[in-house]
Design a protein around this ligand. Structure first.
Ligand SMILES: Nc1nc2c(ncn2[C@@H]2O[C@H](COP(=O)(O)OP(=O)(O)OP(=O)(O)O)[C@@H](O)[C@H]2O)c(=O)[nH]1
Ligand SMILES: [Mg+2]
Length: 453
């Protein structure tokens, strides 16, 4: 059912600009449009038209471009009007006040998108993608949001639902002919299909891991002994003196975070306190923090001074490193060395650099980008779908139901219970794209939006 009130909002940022966009959605659009343009008939739909803006007192305030969208042919599916006046905050203020006098009310954050969802124009995962698209901070997250806005998650959910319906039909055939034995998981048949479906659901749940990665960036921790050049490395990557560099070991005691763009990726770089056996209590706390950060990172830059013997790092940290998520940076190659770092984390790629002479930096960045592209970026099989916490919760519940159903089928319990579990899994899939009866949950979701979207 369409809303009975008409909402209005400024969709562009507040401040001076060449033009601004004011949006209206709701039943008053047509009446208001004729009144403010001083016309006796409606604007031609979906056509840009230059008109005056005349307020309730008959005063001309501005001239701007108008686009009117009829019901069923707009973003919200309601009648909509877009006004593009000059971007002067005084004009905007006058226009908004006038539109409120004429019966509109100011829109809540995300209310246009909420109406688009409630009116069946987009599913919930697409509505969420609108916010992701606006807030994306890297090309990579933009691409994922764009696919989601095009309905990639909805498509995946309907694929899963179709597969499940086929399995249900297959199982019903066995219920009708109980003398037939069910083929085992390795064969074709419902057990095989159900196991495969669970695997697909699981792969999708796993993509939730990338959600934080898209929002926050790829969490990259610089690890190394004191004086190896960790702070020099973050400064070089960021391109400014973010951290203090000195030849006194133990200079960095607290961790320091900065963000850089590495081609399409947003990367969070964290400089840490050098790992060694410290006497100083503050330094000890810094080292403890380094250990904690190292447990939760996506990527590691382990930096060694190539003139020093290879450091020994705590086992708990070493266990996190592998050839996909770690680069070993051999720093200070401008100096002569008697030591070789070849055996240190031998499985991981080594990048010889000098942060002093700026040698090898481009090769190192390229190596890092390649590893991120191959290992950290999205798994190819899921078509760049990344699930958020809400989707994941619904799919986890669906997975539990599918597993219970599989157990039932295995033990030849082809009864009501199995089909109840399968139906509840379908319910889980549909929740991902928007079967939410709870208004409070919708409020929470749309609060993240900008006003005017
Ligand atoms: N010769 C040479 N010296 C370097 C190079 N990179 C860093 N240094 C020097 O090494 C010293 C330590 O550098 P930092 O970047 O402070 O090292 P760190 O790993 O952050 O040290 P802590 O914070 O104490 O753990 C400084 O005197 C730097 O100028 C390099 O490539 N060559
Ligand atoms: Mg430092």
């Amino acid at each position: 059912m369409l809303a009975t009130d008409t909402i209005v909002a400024l969709s562009t940022p507040v401040g001076e600009s060449a033009l601004a966009i004011i949006r209206l959605s709701g039943p008053l659009c047509s009446e208001i449009e004729m009144a403010i343009c001083g016309r006796s008939k409606s604007l031609e739909p979906r056509r840009a038209t230059l008109c005056k803006y005349i307020d309730v007192n008959g005063l001309e305030i501005d001239t701007g471009v108008y686009i009117a969208y009829p019901e069923n042919a707009s973003f919200t599916n309601e009648a909509m009007l877009e006004i593009m006046p000059h971007g002067n905050p005084l004009i905007i203020q006058k226009l908004l006040e006038d539109l409120i006098t004429r019966g509109c009310r100011m829109a809540e954050p995300g209310e246009f998108t909420r109406r688009a969802f409630l009116n069946g124009k987009i599913d919930l995962s697409q509505a969420e993608a609108v916010a992701d698209m606006i807030h994306a901070r890297s090309n990579f997250s933009l691409e994922v949001a764009r696919r989601q806005l095009n309905g990639s998650i909805g498509q995946k959910m309907s694929e899963l639902t179709d597969q499940l319906l086929e399995i249900l039909a297959e199982l019903e055939a066995y219920i009708d002919f109980p003398e037939e034995d069910l083929p085992e998981a390795s064969d074709a048949g419902p057990i095989h299909d159900l196991s495969r479906l669970i695997q697909q659901v699981n792969d999708l749940i796993e993509t939730h891991h990338y959600s934080a990665l898209l929002q926050e960036g790829i969490k990259t921790v610089i690890i190394g002994a004191p004086n190896a050049g960790k702070s020099s490395l973050i400064n070089t990557l960021v391109g400014s003196q973010r951290a203090i560099v000195s030849d006194i070991p133990g200079t960095t005691r607290d961790f320091i975070t900065s963000y850089i763009m590495l081609k399409d990726y947003r990367v969070e770089i964290i400089d840490t306190a050098g790992l060694h056996t410290a006497e100083d209590e503050i330094e000890q706390q810094g080292i403890k923090k380094t250990m904690e950060l190292a447990q939760n990172a996506d990527f590691y830059l382990v930096i060694v001074d190539h003139c020093q013997p290879s450091p020994s790092l705590p086992d708990s940290i070493q266990a996190e490193f592998n050839s996909k998520n770690t680069l070993v940076i051999e720093n200070k190659i401008d100096l002569e060395s008697k030591h070789s770092q070849k055996e240190f984390l031998a499985d991981c790629q080594h990048c010889p650099i000098s942060l002093k002479t700026h040698t090898g930096i481009d090769d190192f960045k390229e190596a890092m980008l390649k590893l991120i592209d191959q290992g950290i970026a999205l798994p190819k099989g899921t078509d760049a779908i990344v699930l958020n916490a809400r989707h994941t919760l619904a799919l986890k519940q669906a997975k539990i139901s599918l597993e219970k159903a599989l157990e039932g089928v295995h033990s030849q319990e082809l009864n009501e219970l199995v089909s109840v579990e399968l139906r509840s899994a379908i319910e889980g899939f549909s929740q991902v794209v928007g079967k939410i009866e709870n208004d409070a949950m919708l409020d929470k979701l749309f609060q993240k939006f900008c006003i005017g979207k």
